[in-house]
Write a protein that binds this ligand. Structure first.
Ligand code: G1P
Length: 296
């Protein structure tokens, strides 16, 4: 079976409570990592993996996200007049011409599963990707970026792929956790998932392999989400719809090779800025020198 994934849902309606007060008047997705908002890093990752239709699930107060990917005529005209072509290029060509961004609204904060379901009129009956914008997946130095490798695994098998990574056992209760019957996975490997559970207590977790916010899902998930009841935290959970899918089909865990930075919390956000700053040709040398001068 051969097919490719072209549509992605990115839920951006969250309140950003873990990064307050920074996210009081700006969406947390617009906080910058080095020189771009977090959401731009995530959309670039999606585009690099072959996505051409992005559906942002948004809410009131988040319009600056849409503005960021829109044309800014005045700014562009001014930069053009001044001959600042490099900067002009960076604001004009944020996404390639063949990529579209659509927005749908999530009127009530009923959970991640509900947010994904809000995108169903745009997704239709196609298989689709989901990218959680809090999580930056850094594939620097890898031959193939993790999401791109996941998309290829899906293309070859037609089976939905869920990106996972091991975390210390005491952290599993923050995440969706998968059970791959104890199969030992290393970077780039996939294995069938037999069970998954959202935010289990440590002593009930089937493994330490956690879902880190990248999914390629069968269209059937949208149908299942319509009947998914509130689960962990009283929210409609995407993990519960995927667990229902396992009763009728197969999903695979894809063990990432790169590194995850959770920009939805302050420490993860700072770490992302350091790492992305060290990887950015414009900032790496001076940041490295600065870090070396620190008396830690
Ligand atoms: C969501 C998912 C969870 C996943 C996590 C990754 O949880 O429900 O399965 O492990 O994202 O960040 P949230 O962080 O929205 O509570």
């Amino acid at each position: 079976m051969s097919r490719s994934i072209t549509k992605a849902v990115i839920p951006v309606a969250g309140l950003g409570t873990r990064v307050l007060p920074a996210s009081k008047a700006i969406p947390k997705e617009m906080m910058t990592v080095v020189d771009k908002p977090v959401i731009q890093h995530v959309i670039e990752e999606a585009v690099a993996a072959g996505i051409t239709e992005i559906v942002l699930v948004t809410r009131s107060g988040k319009a600056s996200i849409e503005d960021h990917f829109d044309c800014h005529y005045e700014l562009e005209a001014e930069l053009e007049r001044k001959g600042k072509t490099t900067i002009l290029d960076s604001v004009r060509n944020i996404i390639p011409d063949n990529v579209s961004i659509t927005t749908v609204r999530q009127h009530r904060a009923l959970g991640l599963g509900h947010a994904v379901l809000c995108a169903s009129p745009v997704i239709g009956d196609e298989d689709f990707a989901v990218l959680l914008p809090d999580m930056l997946i850094n594939s620097h130095g890898l031959e193939t970026a993790d999401l791109t490798a996941m998309a290829s695994a899906y293309e070859q098998t037609g089976i939905g792929q869920i990106m996972v990574e091991p975390v210390p056992m005491e952290h599993v209760e923050r995440y969706g956790v998968v059970d791959c019957s104890g199969v030992e996975l290393s970077g780039g490997d996939t294995a069938d998932i037999i069970r998954m559970v959202e935010k289990p207590p440590m002593n009930e977790a089937p493994s330490n392999l956690t879902i880190n916010g990248r999914y390629i899902l069968p269209s059937r998930i949208m149908e299942l989400l319509k009947n998914t009841k509130p689960g962990a935290g009283g929210e409609i959970q995407l993990t519960d719809a995927m667990a229902d899918f396992l009763k009728e089909g197969t999903l695979q865990a894809f063990h990432m090779q790169g590194k995850t930075y959770d920009c939805g919390n302050k420490a993860g956000y700072l770490q992302a800025n350091v790492i992305y700053g060290l990887q950015n040709p414009e900032t790496s040398a001076s940041l490295k020198t600065f870090i070396q001068t620190l008396d830690l």
